[in-house]
Design a protein around this ligand. Structure first.
Ligand code: AMP
Ligand code: GLY
Length: 427
């Protein structure tokens, strides 16, 4: 079979890498891809948001399956178009993606269906938002309603930070129309975990748990990013908690959408805050695989990914079994100087082959490109160095050993990936 993967990040490299091991897949195309993806797939020169051109390509090349990585094409309706044309595609429809593309839609759905989440209020007026923040005090969480590449959320611990966040979203319009509405939420305490499931709208198959590190700096300091590293499993997600998340979060959400006539097919991702009583509160939903969580998760997947994708698209997920490897995995993201703000580009990257030679290590590319036979940086998050090992500590040590082989000017990475899991284990 032929498959097309849409996207260019570390998540898409991990998807393409996993598909390259599938006994069903003969040929992989990727749009637009990156320098690492280009080693195992044919990268095509079509714009990711030019759905008509993508559809023409799929028809012309007789592609059997399209797999969409990022939220942007999903939120713009790529699945609706491909399904209308009778093409197999993995991902939810535009209506379903509102769970991610509008935080107001998602919070309202949770509130009306009793899914536990932080209390919130929605504002379109800067003055009213400001008044509300002054009345509530800090800490407080301020979020742009729409998509903002993981950067539209501000956890404000001081009044100055809170006011700055309101200004950035509502006055400076840093996220454009995504900031037309803001949510002001109670600040929850606890431990975070990511939980993802495969679903065809009828049944659910959970993935192994994971946890990412959103802040740019060690000790969870600094700005939120798309994610600076991840590990799987997340020890905070016990089997009991997993059951609770499936029964109290995943199933009710899919049912709630179904009651609005929306069939949810693809991957549903819940960002959770587990409070001191072990109750999972939903921080956000994503309608796709997480990045960088996908890198350690797919490193642990034993089942043929193409079989899962086909089963979801054909709505027969209940017929298959998904098997995971026991060994944990850790992914460390290396980023360009300046990220998540304006970052450097075009720096030559060395050491990728040496890192890949370490047993159990895979260097997934994100913002990389070719320039005159060299691999150079071309994005904020550059590589996701992922390792499996017999324990989280062993996987982490191997991943850091591999990071030590990599070099580019302005390279940044966190030194404390997975430390929360390790501290917890030795509690
Ligand atoms: P989100 O994109 O909504 O998941 O938010 C990004 C990050 O902001 C989360 O991973 C949390 O670290 C933090 N966050 C979001 N909402 C809250 C909240 N209500 N209370 C505390 N932290 C939050
Ligand atoms: N790592 C968080 C996300 O993919 O949204």
């Amino acid at each position: 079979m032929k498959v097309l993967v849409v996207g260019s990040g570390g998540r898409e490299h991990a998807i393409v890498w996993k598909l390259s091991q599938s006994r069903h897949v003969d040929k992989i195309y990727c749009c637009p891809g990156n320098a690492g993806i280009a080693e195992i797939a044919e990268c095509i020169d079509v714009r990711q948001d030019d759905f008509d051109a993508l559809l023409d390509f799929v028809k012309y090349e007789w592609i059997d399956m399209t797999i969409v990585g990022p939220e942007d094409p999903l939120s713009k309706g790529i699945v609706d178009l491909f399904e209308k044309e009778g093409r197999r595609i993995l991902g939810p429809t535009k209506a379903a993606v509102q769970l991610e593309s509008s935080k107001v839609f998602s919070k309202d759905l949770m509130r009306s269906h009793g899914i536990q989440t932080a209390d919130y209020k929605v504002f379109t007026s800067y003055l009213h938002a400001e008044e509300h923040v002054k009345m509530k005090g800090t800490p407080i969480v301020i979020k742009a309603d729409g998509l903002a590449a993981g950067k539209g959320v501000f956890v404000a611990t001081t009044m100055t930070e809170a006011m700055d966040a309101l200004k950035v979203i509502m006055k400076d319009k840093a996220f454009g129309d995504a900031g037309n509405r803001v949510l002001i939420e109670d600040c929850l305490q606890g431990e975070e975990a990511s939980f993802m499931v495969f679903t065809d709208g009828k049944s659910i198959i959970p993935m192994v748990s994971s946890q990412d590190h959103k802040r740019i700096g060690d000790g969870d300091k600094g700005l939120n990013t798309g994610g600076m590293g991840a590990y799987s499993p997340a020890p905070v997600v016990t089997p009991e908690l997993e059951k609770l998340v499936i029964e109290k979060v995943m199933k009710p959400t899919i049912r709630a959408l179904s009651s609005q006539g929306i069939t949810y097919k693809g991957v549903l991702y819940a960002g959770l805050m587990i409070d001191g009583n072990g109750t999972p509160n939903v921080l956000e939903f994503n309608c796709r695989l997480g990045d960088p969580e996908t890198q350690p998760i797919l490193a642990r997947l034993d089942t043929d990914f193409m079989e899962i994708a086909m089963a979801i698209a054909d709505e027969r997920l209940a017929e298959i079994e998904v098997v995971w490897k026991d060994d944990p995995a850790v992914c460390i993201v290396v980023s360009s100087e300046g990220y998540p703000g304006t970052y450097r580009k075009g720096d030559v990257i060395t050491g990728i082959s040496a890192a890949n030679q370490i047993e159990g290590v895979h260097v997934f590319h994100a913002g990389t490109a070719f320039r005159e036979n060299q691999i150079v940086t071309s994005g904020g998050r550059v590589l996701g160095i992922t390792a499996t090992g017999s324990t989280i500590a062993a996987a982490r040590d191997k991943a850091y050993e591999a990071v030590g082989k990599i070099h580019f000017d302005g390279m940044h990475y966190r030194k404390d990936i997975a430390s929360r899991a390790l501290n917890r284990r030795t509690d």
